[in-house]
Design a protein around this ligand. Structure first.
Ligand SMILES: *Cc1c(COP(=O)(O)O)cnc(C)c1O
Length: 394
């Protein structure tokens, strides 16, 4: 019988910190989704109009993808059973990598389980001690974590500030340099100036990792993503697209020079030391790439909804941020005010999340509206009316 000790300081500390989070309006909680993802969902027992998924093309519950997943489960089973380098690399994983590389016009591609793992794997494989990572301050958390884990020097620059980045690149004595950028910033919706970033990488002999989690499927001809949008190509670019957002399924793909992909296969620990994703997901993703490629109608509709939202909102005390993408944030400022606005929308049956620090900088709590091709103009009109009247009520 182990005698309980009278104090357990570490647990008391956690209790205290949890109480602090609650007191500061920073406690996060989860809602229960009780329907497939879509414009209209059931959440916590009630039907709501939702503006909070990253399912930008409305593919997450598309019938063709559901059929593809079901058929693949019948022929491939459900679990991969091993990592890619043991016996888990199914022919359909391979087919997806080949198809993806061809789709984005890059020499080769490698499938990762998630975007988080892809970023960790790529950064730690490309730079180490003696290297330096340069990162936009508003980059996704996974890129920051990757930089820290790489043991390279971690240097952040103000959002989209190319002059500041150049100053830091000039000052660097690092043996390997890597610039990290979200192509579309996930909480602001704006784009990184990728052509200028690439020019700096050329001038200062650096790699450029482009995280296109929110651009792939949405930007560029055929939804080929941010590189196609800007018409960029360079052996310096390592391109990462996630497949759980516009592609509607799950996973992430990294594409680039064949030797870079081979290097990742040898060195990226988040690729090597993990079970391969279920092959049925890759089969589903092949169907998803077809829908993305043929998805101009969806993208045109989405653009129309963006214009409709931006033209309709009249919210002078808040700030509709300058974004050309389906991520349309409304900057409110205080945590409590953002939470209150989100709550009042919910009372009207509309779900828009309040995003608070540390996901966004202090005092920049916001409503993050994300539009999807699954929304109708009526859905967006309902959101516009609700926001305008909540704003007018103060
Ligand atoms: C969502 C996201 C990721 C992580 O991708 P997952 O596949 O969800 O792990 C990485 N980078 C950015 C910018 C993201 O928005």
């Amino acid at each position: 019988m182990i005698k309980p000790s009278p104090t357990f300081k570490a647990l008391e500390h956690i209790r205290h910190e949890l109480a602090q989070l609650k007191a500061r309006g920073l406690q996060r909680s989860r809602r229960l989704l009780e329907s497939p993802q879509g414009a209209h969902v059931r959440v916590d027992g009630r039907a709501v109009l939702s503006f909070c998924s990253n399912d930008y093309l409305g593919l997450a519950s598309h019938h063709a993808l559901i059929s593809a997943a079901g058929a693949a489960a019948q022929t491939m089973g459900v679990g991969a059973g091993a990592s890619h380098l043991i016996t888990g690399h199914h022919a359909v994983h391979h087919a997806l990598e080949t198809r993806f590389a061809e789709f984005v016009g890059l020499p080769a591609a490698l499938l990762f389980s998630t975007g988080y793992m892809a970023n960790i794997g790529v950064v730690t494989a490309l730079v180490g001690r003696g290297g330096e990572v340069f990162a936009d301050r508003l980059n996704h958390a996974s890129l920051n974590d990757a930089a820290l884990l790489s043991r390279a020097k971690f240097t952040r620059y103000p959002h989209n500030d190319l002059a500041a980045l150049e100053t830091r690149l000039t000052a660097s004595r690092a043996s390997q340099k890597l610039v990290l950028a979200d192509a579309v910033f996930s909480m602001d919706g704006d784009l990184a100036p990728l052509p200028d970033l690439l020019a700096l990488c050329e001038r200062y002999d650096a790699w450029l990792l482009v995280d296109d989690a929110h651009g792939f499927g949405v930007l560029g001809p055929g939804g080929r993503g941010a590189l196609a949008h800007f018409g960029l190509a360079s052996p310096r670019i390592v391109y990462m697209a996630t497949l759980g957002k516009a592609a509607g399924v799950f996973g992430a793909v990294v594409a680039g020079e064949a030797e870079v992909i081979e290097w990742l296969l040898q060195k990226a620990r988040t690729y090597i030391y993990t079970t391969a994703t279920p092959p049925l997901l890759s089969a589903t993703l092949l169907a998803s790439l077809d829908l993305i490629e043929a998805g101009n109608g969806r993208r045109t509709h989405l653009q129309k909804l963006i214009v409709q939202l931006r033209a309709g909102l009249c919210i002078p005390n808040w700030q509709l941020m300058d974004s050309p993408t389906p991520i349309q944030p409304v900057l409110i400022g205080s945590n409590d005010a953002a939470l209150a606005a989100s709550q009042r929308l919910l009372e009207r049956g509309i779900l828009v999340p309040a995003i608070r620090p540390p996901t966004v900088p202090a005092s920049s709590a916001r409503l993050r509206i994300s539009l999807s091709a699954a929304h109708t103009e009526t859905d967006v009109a309902q959101l516009v009316d609700a926001l305008n009247s909540i704003h007018a009520d103060g």
